[in-house]
Design a binder for this molecule. Structure first.
Ligand SMILES: Nc1ncnc2c1ncn2[C@@H]1O[C@H](COP(=O)(O)OP(=O)(O)OP(=O)(O)O)[C@@H](O)[C@H]1O
Length: 328
C-alpha cells in the first residue's frame, strides 16, 4: 500500500495531457490551435509529494486489528482521497467537495470508537485537522434541561472538538423524543455548526445499524451531509478468539489451548443468548481482564511464599475464565 508515486510528478513535470476532441471541419484549425495551446500551457509547479510514512503510522495501528477488511479498505480509500486531493490542489485543480462527516453503523464493541480515533489521527497527519483529537459524547452530554441549554451545551462540545472529531455514540437517541424533545435542538445546532465550522471538525454519528437507518430516514436533510458511511459487522467466533489472544498478548499473557476451548464454547453460547446486544470485542476484553484478575488471585494463593515462574505469570488457565449466569 505504501510507496505511491504519480508518474512524472516527483520532478515537477507531468505527463502531457491526452486531449480527445471531436472536431467539426470548419472549426478544426482553430480547435487544433487551442489544443496545441493547452498542451503547451505551462503547468503549475507540483510540490514534492508528502511522505507516505504518514500512512505507515496509521497502518501500524490498523494491521493488528482482526478482520475489518471493509473498514481497513475504506480508511485507505480516505487516505488516498486526501493524498490525491492535496496533489490536485497543489496542481491548481478543483479540490472536491471536502465534506468528511461520517456515519458508523455497527453493534456494540465492533471497533467504531477505535477506528474513529485512527481516522482522527489520519486527518491530522494529512493536514486536514489541526489537532486530530476525539471527543466522544452521547445524548446526555448534548441535551440540556431547559430551553437554550441544549444549544449551549452542544455548541460548547463542538468548540472542544474543533480541529478534531466529534463522535456521537447512539446518535439516534437525539431523535428519541420527537419534535418537542431537546434532542431536536441538539440536531439543529449540530447541523448549523457543520455549516459554520466547515472543515474545522469532523462529525461522526455512530450506533446500531437499524436505529441509525431510522434516524436518517426521519431527518431527510441529514444523509447527504454524511457522504462517508462505514459498516462494522459483528465478529465471528473465530475472530473473537483471535481478538482475545491478541488482547492477552498485548498484556504479556497467553491463553492455554484448554482456556481457548472453554472460551470458544462460552462465546458461542453467549452470542446465541444475546443476539441483539452482544458486545463483541468489548465483551471479550472484559473476559480477558477478568481472567487476569482471577489468575492473580490463583497465583497469590498457589505461591504464597514464593515467586511464580515467568511462564506461570503469563499463563491464563481454563480455571481463570469464570463468568456468572449473566456472562461477564
Ligand atoms: N478488530 C479488532 N481487533 C482487535 N481489537 C478490537 C477490534 N475491534 C474492537 N477491538 C477492541 O475492542 C474494544 C471495544 O472496541 P470499541 O470501543 O472501538 O467498539 P465500539 O464499536 O465503539 O463499541 P461501543 O459502540 O459499545 O462503544 C476496544 O478495546 C478495541 O480495541
Amino acid at each position: 500500500m505504501n510507496g505511491h508515486s504519480i508518474s512524472g510528478a516527483k520532478n515537477g513535470t507531468r505527463p502531457s495531457r491526452q486531449i480527445n476532441v471531436v472536431l467539426r471541419s470548419q472549426d478544426s484549425a482553430q480547435a487544433s490551435a487551442q489544443a496545441h495551446a493547452i498542451e503547451n500551457e505551462p503547468l503549475p509547479a507540483v510540490k514534492p509529494l508528502p511522505s507516505t510514512d504518514q500512512f505507515a503510522d496509521i497502518q501500524k495501528e490498523l494491521d493488528p486489528m482482526i478482520g475489518m477488511d471493509n473498514v481497513k479498505a475504506l480508511v485507505y480509500e480516505i487516505y488516498a482521497l486526501l493524498y490525491i486531493s492535496r496533489m490536485r490542489s497543489e496542481a491548481g485543480l478543483h479540490g472536491g467537495s471536502q465534506v468528511y462527516h461520517m456515519i458508523f453503523r455497527g453493534n456494540p464493541g465492533t471497533g467504531k470508537t477505535t477506528i474513529a480515533r485512527i481516522i482522527a489521527k489520519l486527518f491530522q497527519k494529512m493536514g486536514v485537522l489541526s489537532k486530530g483529537h476525539l471527543i466522544e459524547v452521547e445524548r446526555a452530554d448534548l441535551v440540556g434541561e431547559y430551553i437554550g441549554h441544549t444549544a449551549q451545551k452542544t455548541r460548547d462540545l463542538v468548540r472542544k472538538a474543533l480541529g478534531g472529531v466529534l463522535f456521537i455514540d447512539e446518535a439516534y437517541s437525539l431523535a428519541r423524543g420527537g419534535e418537542k424533545d431537546f434532542g431536536k435542538e441538539a440536531i439543529d445546532t449540530l447541523v448549523k455548526a457543520m455549516e459554520d465550522n466547515r472543515n474545522q471538525f469532523i462529525l461522526i454519528l455512530a450506533g446500531y445499524p437499524l436505529e441509525i437507518e431510522q434516524f436518517l430516514q426521519t431527518n431527510p436533510g441529514l444523509p447527504s451531509r454524511f457522504p462517508i458511511q462505514i459498516d462494522f459487522p459483528d465478529y465471528s467466533i473465530d475472530q473473537l478468539i483471535q481478538i482475545s489472544e491478541l488482547m492477552a498478548k498485548d498484556r504479556d499473557y497467553y491463553l492455554m489451548p484448554q482456556a481457548i476451548f472453554k472460551l470458544r464454547q462460552h462465546l458461542m453460547q453467549e452470542k446465541m443468548n444475546d443476539l441483539f446486544s452482544f458486545s463483541n470485542a468489548r465483551y471479550v476484553r472484559n473476559v480477558i481482564e477478568k481472567s487476569i484478575r482471577h489468575q492473580a488471585v490463583r497465583l497469590l494463593t498457589q505461591y504464597a511464599s514464593g515467586v511464580p515462574p515467568k511462564q506461570e505469570l503469563m499463563t491464563i488457565k481454563p480455571e481463570d475464565l469464570k463468568w456468572d449466569a449473566k456472562g461477564v
